[in-house]
Design a protein around this ligand. Structure first.
Ligand SMILES: Cc1cc2nc3c(=O)[nH]c(=O)nc-3n(C[C@H](O)[C@H](O)[C@H](O)COP(=O)(O)O)c2cc1C
Length: 190
């Protein structure tokens, strides 16, 4: 069931490198979704002020985070969306610091609203084998299971060290485009 007459898809880019492999792939997923009729939005985590969780448990007691930062507006955008395209490159076998800070802020009780959320993952990495992304893929798998979310597709893109290198990988670009397109078709049918 979509939340609006048009599906809304939110791309969240966790790489600090503008025009990098993550952003290109997130854009490609968004383009596929847009051409299938979705309304799209994109945020760049590195441009936002998202403070790290302080484990103060204030959110558990008051329902509110002590941080009055850009996460509030981002959470609203997330809750209005039908699909999230979550993109992070691999940094030291994990997500970027920007992405991890964002993820830790899912701790607040609002995360219960994430139940049933549909996600497309986008993960480029420098290493030549997808296995180097296994911890990050495992982390996301466990989080999505824990929060009862639905992973539609994972676009893993190994062997991409330089900025924009993914433009040479037509098969991966196509996979990203189709992931966006198919997600909208699937959602419209449900
Ligand atoms: C600080 C840092 C750590 C990295 N660690 C890894 C790593 O552990 N494994 C890997 O395969 N690539 C690693 N990389 C390479 C990036 O994943 C790769 O360049 C990716 O394409 C960057 O995506 P972007 O263009 O969207 O920033 C690292 C890059 C940086 C800057």
């Amino acid at each position: 069931m979509v939340k609006h007459s048009n599906c809304q898809v939110l791309g969240i880019v966790g790489s600090p490198r503008r025009g990098g492999n993550t952003e290109i792939l997130v854009d490609e997923v968004l383009l596929g979704a847009e051409n299938a009729g979705a309304l799209i939005k994109k945020v760049i985590l590195n441009n936002l002020n998202i403070n790290p969780c302080q484990a103060c448990d204030s959110c558990r007691k008051t329902g509110k985070c002590i941080h009055n930062d850009d996460m509030l507006e981002l959470l609203e955008k997330m809750e209005q969306s039908d699909i999230w395209v979550l993109g992070t490159p691999i940094y030291w076998w994990g997500p970027t610091a920007q992405f991890k800070a964002f993820l830790d802020r899912w701790y607040c009780p609002n995360h219960k609203n994430f139940k049933g959320m549909k996600v497309i993952l986008v993960i480029p990495l420098g290493g030549g084998h997808p296995n180097y992304a296994r911890h990050t893929v495992g982390m996301f798998t466990d989080i999505f299971n824990y929060l009862d979310m639905e992973l539609f597709e994972t676009v893993l893109a190994p062997g991409l060290e330089e900025r924009g290198k993914v433009r040479e990988k037509k098969d991966i670009l196509e996979k990203a485009y189709k992931a966006g397109q198919m997600a909208i078709n699937k959602l419209n049918k449900s």
